[in-house]
Design a protein around this ligand. Structure first.
Ligand SMILES: NC(=O)c1ccc[n+]([C@@H]2O[C@H](COP(=O)([O-])OP(=O)(O)OC[C@H]3O[C@@H](n4cnc5c(N)ncnc54)[C@H](OP(=O)(O)O)[C@@H]3O)[C@@H](O)[C@H]2O)c1
Length: 295
């Protein structure tokens, strides 16, 4: 039977793209879609397309108590609360419990690769959220999303400015994947769910080391970048000297630790399987964004 598809965080970049793919790529009728957000005014355009908009704030118990009524499948998109104080896991658990209490038939959650063993500092938030989903006893879909290719906007423009990319990732590889490819895959799974429960790892088609990415980006942009290999401590020290706030340095360094350890290198065919299209290659992404990445 068909039931509603509820997407939380729908004004975020991933959430909005999932909703758009549900309608435009997978032909889900807007009346089956409910978009939850802290800021309903940001989704006025989706409301005009016939999607129900609900105020949902994981920090607001009242919005959770009423917001999930009539929700069939609920996709909980992870929040950006990286305060290191347990806020994010508490938020996710509150949303998962509220959706289950409201009578959801299936839960879905946006996680990260190898949530159980990853060296990324906030991996335990994702593992705890996956466990909370499973503990409801409802059928579930877990999407372990590899690093967005868009994350390279955080490193490459600066690297092009100075010609140097400071990295503690060593020869570790990352299977970068465009955010929109993740959104299409998630939408495909929500629109045509498998029987029972499933965990997918959504990745690009190939994993590359930072050295390989630097070479590819250099040839695409036409400017050289040299990767400067550092230890975790050296990278942390460099960030501190550059004025990066102390509170975020361990998280940022953990990204390189995780990459070095191979936590982000997994390549699967899940994006194509769920979305029906091959993920954009990293070379295509770099070429499409060359001027923005050039800094
Ligand atoms: N795989 C990766 O490389 C990668 C990179 C960056 C982030 N992420 C994770 O993936 C998520 C989605 O990515 P994105 O690119 O769409 O990020 P984004 O545009 O920054 O979106 C942040 C998301 O967090 C939601 N949110 C924040 N506080 C919330 C609260 N109190 N209650 C409910 N929702 C809350 C927002 O929903 P509303 O504003 O609509 O309420 C929005 O969906 C991020 O939040 C983060 O957890 C993954």
């Amino acid at each position: 039977m068909t039931h509603t598809i509820f997407v939380t965080g729908a004004s975020g970049k991933l959430g909005r793209a999932v909703v758009t793919h549900l309608i435009d790529t997978f032909g889900v009728v807007p009346s089956r879609i409910i978009a939850g957000t802290r800021n309903p005014e940001k989704l006025a355009d989706l409301a005009t397309r016939g999607i129900a908009i609900r105020k949902i704030d994981f920090d607001d118990p009242a919005s959770l108590a009423s917001g999930f009524s009539d929700a069939g499948t609920v996709l909980v998109i992870s929040t950006d609360a990286l305060d290191g104080a347990g806020t994010r896991l508490r938020q996710h658990k509150a949303a998962i419990a509220a959706a289950a209490k409201a009578g959801a038939r299936r839960l879905a959650y946006a996680s990260l690769p190898k949530a159980d063993t990853s060296h990324v500092s906030f991996a335990p938030d994702h593992l705890g959220s996956e466990d909370a989903v499973k503990a409801t006893g409802l059928p579930y879909l877990i999407f372990r999303n590899s690093w967005y290719a868009e994350n390279l906007f955080m490193s490459l423009p600066q690297a092009f400015k100075t010609g140097q990319w400071y990295s503690a990732a060593g020869e570790g590889r990352t299977a970068f994947v465009a955010r929109d490819d993740i959104a299409a895959a998630i939408a495909g799974a929500l629109a045509n769910p498998p029987a029972g429960s499933a965990t997918y790892t959504l990745t690009g088609s190939q994993a590359f080391s930072n050295g390989e990415i630097a070479a590819m980006a250099s040839s695409t942009v036409g400017k050289p970048i040299q990767v400067v290999n550092l230890t975790d401590d050296q990278l942390a020290g460099g960030m501190k000297a550059a004025g990066v706030p102390d509170a975020v340095i361990p998280t940022l360094v953990s990204f390189d630790t995780a990459t070095r350890q191979g936590d982000l290198a997994m390549v699967t065919g899940d994006v194509e399987k769920l979305s029906g299209r091959a993920p954009a290659t990293l070379r295509t992404f770099l070429a499409a964004n060359a001027s923005a990445l050039a800094g």
